[in-house]
Design a protein around this ligand. Sequence first.
Ligand SMILES: Nc1ncnc2c1ncn2[C@@H]1O[C@H](COP(=O)(O)OP(=O)(O)O)[C@@H](O)[C@H]1O
Ligand SMILES: [Mg+2]
Length: 231
Amino acid sequence: MIAITGLSKARNGAAVLADVTLRAGEGEVTAIVGPSGGGKSTLLRCLNGLETFDSGEVEIAAHRMRPGPHPPRLLEAVRRDVGMVFQQFNLFPHLTVLENVALGPRVVARVPADEARRRALAQLDRVGLAAFAAARPATLSGGQQQRVAIARALALAPRVILFDEPTSALDPAMAAEVMETIVALAGGGQTMVVVTHDHAFARRAATRVVELVAGRITRVGPPAAVLASPT
Ligand SMILES: Nc1ncnc2c1ncn2[C@@H]1O[C@H](COP(=O)(O)OP(=O)(O)O)[C@@H](O)[C@H]1O
Ligand SMILES: [Mg+2]
């Protein structure tokens, strides 16, 4: 499902990712932890083609990415099969909640508008927000907006979802509600990679924890083993 082999990337002559090798099977939940600046976001962005890399290989959802610029058709395929949820929800403020969620199916998967809206509503229902379909994102709480962003990712039925610190911008109560949504997805067998500073969350949701320090994997294993004694 995910196979990262010898992935390296430098920016301005400094290594950001150094020989990262990692595998994750279908249904696995991989948590990535580690200090700020360690390359966690860069690694996630390499996984969905948002960034190029210098050497190594990334295989994800049956797509294979190589060093350098990715062909547009490969990128399109990767974006369809690999969803991403960011720290700052990144919803379109001028669109309704439903339109935000329906946009991916319409534009990326070229689903007819009616069908896209039907799918969007089903995913909003799944995250408990069907009642907010007609609202603008700004009228929702941060936690609700992040759940809309999760519904938006789900609307493309991605094979993998990448989360980059999905609860970091939220107060504890809202973080908890978003966490429950992600834990439920994990329980349903959704393959995902979650960058998080929340070790309690990683313990609950992850099948495996990877610690990334200065672009290198320093620890990898079951949550209890990796999170027990931080380096
Ligand atoms: N757009 C960018 N331009 C230049 N340097 C960047 C950019 N994004 C991140 N970096 C640098 O790359 C390194 C890894 O950053 P990042 O992947 O964001 O780490 P993390 O997500 O673990 O905090 C850091 O040294 C950071 O300063
Ligand atoms: Mg980051």
